[in-house]
Design a protein. Structure first.
Length: 348
C-alpha cells in the first residue's frame, strides 16, 4: 500500500490486518513507513491535522549520517480502499533547516528530548520539546530536563520553557553562570558562586551554602562542585548517589541514582551510586568531561575521543569514531558535538 501525503511519499508494509465490528480494516504496524521518493517536505493531510501535535515532533535525535532529514515517529492514518483505515507507527523523513549544521556550541539531552545552542546564540530543540518555542534570546548554554529546558543567556540571565510551567523562572535579582534542569526542578550557580534552586520536589529544598563553580541535577538528587573543588550532594541517597568520595573534582554529572565526576589530580572518572548496569564502573584513563544518563555514561577523553560504559542495549554506549568537543548521555541514546561543530547521535 502506498500513501501519498502531499510532498511526502511513503511505502507502508502491513504485516497484519483485522476487521472491527463495522467491517473497517484496522492494522497495527510497529515498523517503518519507507520513503519511496526524493521529496520529503512537511507532511500535511486533513486527517493528520486531527491528530495530536506530538505526532509531528521529531524523535530524540538529529539526522544520522547519510539521511536527508529528521526522522518523525508517530501515528499515521491514511485512507485505503473504501472505508479501510490503516493505523501505523511510522518513521518518515522530512527536511529541516538545521540539518548538517557545523556551528553547534552546546548541547543537552534528556529522556525524549534534546536542545543545541548554535554559534549565534539561537537554541534548537527536538523531541518532546520540539513544539515549544524557546525564548527569543541569545544563549550561551542550555540544559534539558524531563519536561522543560532552561538556558543561560549571553546577558547571564536564566530563561526556561517547556510544559506545565515547571520548573518556573529562576529567582530574580541574580545573574547566573550555569544552570541544570532535572525532572520538575532546576538549580543554577549565580555569578557570585551561590546556589539557587526552584521548582517542586528536590528544588524546594534549600541547597547548601557557600561558593560553587558548577551544579548538576539528577532524577532525585543534585551535586555541585565547590570553589575548593570538593563535591557536595543533597537529595535522595538510597543508593549512595548523594555521598561523594573525599576527592577534588573538576566537574560532576548527576544521573539516575548515581553520579560521576572528573578528578582534578589525574583526570580519571570516579562514580558512586547504583551500578546495576555498570554505569558506576568507568574505565581507566584521563577525561576532559563526563555525562551521566539513565543507565550509561560517556566521557570525552583527553585525546578528544568518546568512551561510554554501562548499559548498551540499544547502542547508546557505542559512539562513532572521531574527535569530540562535548558529549551528552540520555536515557537510551547519546549525542556529541564533533570537533567540526556538527552533532552526531547514537542509540535509540
Amino acid at each position: 500500500m502506498t500513501v501519498d501525503l502531499s510532498a511526502a511519499r511513503c511505502q507502508v508494509e502491513m504485516a497484519a490486518c483485522t476487521l472491527d465490528s463495522m467491517g473497517i480494516a484496522v492494522g497495527i504496524l510497529r515498523t517503518e513507513i519507507k520513503p519511496t521518493g526524493e521529496d520529503f517536505g512537511t507532511l500535511r493531510h486533513p486527517l493528520l491535522e486531527r491528530l495530536e501535535q506530538s505526532l509531528w515532533r521529531p524523535p530524540p535525535r538529529p539526522p544520522r549520517p547519510g539521511k536527508r532529514g529528521w526522522a518523525i515517529g508517530g501515528l499515521v492514518v491514511a485512507l485505503a480502499v473504501g472505508l479501510a483505515v490503516l493505523l501505523a507507527f511510522a518513521t518518515c523523513l522530512r527536511d529541516d533547516p538545521w540539518e548538517n549544521r557545523e556551528d553547534v556550541t552546546s548541547l543537552s539531552i534528556a529522556d525524549r528530548s534534546g536542545c543545541i545552542v548554535l554559534a549565534g546564540g539561537a537554541v534548537v530543540c527536538w523531541g518532546t520539546l520540539g513544539d515549544v518555542d524557546p525564548p527569543d534570546e541569545e544563549f550561551a548554554s542550555v540544559s534539558v530536563g524531563s519536561h522543560r529546558a532552561c538556558g543561560v543567556t549571553t546577558e547571564n540571565a536564566v530563561a526556561c520553557w517547556g510544559s506545565d510551567g515547571r520548573p518556573r523562572a529562576a529567582p530574580a535579582g541574580h545573574t547566573f553562570v550555569s544552570v541544570s534542569v532535572g525532572v520538575d526542578y532546576a538549580c543554577a550557580v549565580a555569578s557570585g558562586g551561590s546556589l539557587h534552586c526552584w521548582g517542586p520536589g528536590l528544588g524546594d529544598a534549600r541547597p547548601p551554602g557557600g561558593e560553587f563553580v558548577s551544579v548538576s541535577v539528577g532524577v532525585d538528587h543534585a551535586c555541585a562542585v565547590r570553589a575548593n573543588r570538593y563535591v557536595e550532594c543533597w537529595g535522595a541517597d538510597d543508593a549512595g548517589q548523594a555521598t561523594p568520595p573525599g576527592f577534588t573534582f573538576g566537574s560532576v554529572s548527576a544521573g539516575r541514582h548515581y553520579t560521576c565526576g572528573v578528578r582534578t589530580d589525574h583526570g580519571n572518572v570516579l562514580c558512586w551510586g547504583t551500578n546495576h548496569s555498570g554505569q558506576a564502573s568507568p574505565p581507566t584513563g584521563a577525561f576532559n568531561s563526563v555525562s551521566t544518563g539513565s543507565s550509561h555514561a560517556c566521557g570525552v577523553r583527553i585525546d578528544d575521543g568518546v568512551t561510554c560504559w554501562g548499559s548498551n542495549n540499544f547502542g547508546e554506549g557505542t559512539p562513532p569514531d572521531g574527535n569530540y568537543r562535548a558529549v551528552g548521555a540520555g536515557s537510551l541514546w547519546t549525542c556529541g558535538i564533533r570537533g567540526d561543530g556538527s552533532v552526531v547521535c547514537w542509540g535509540q
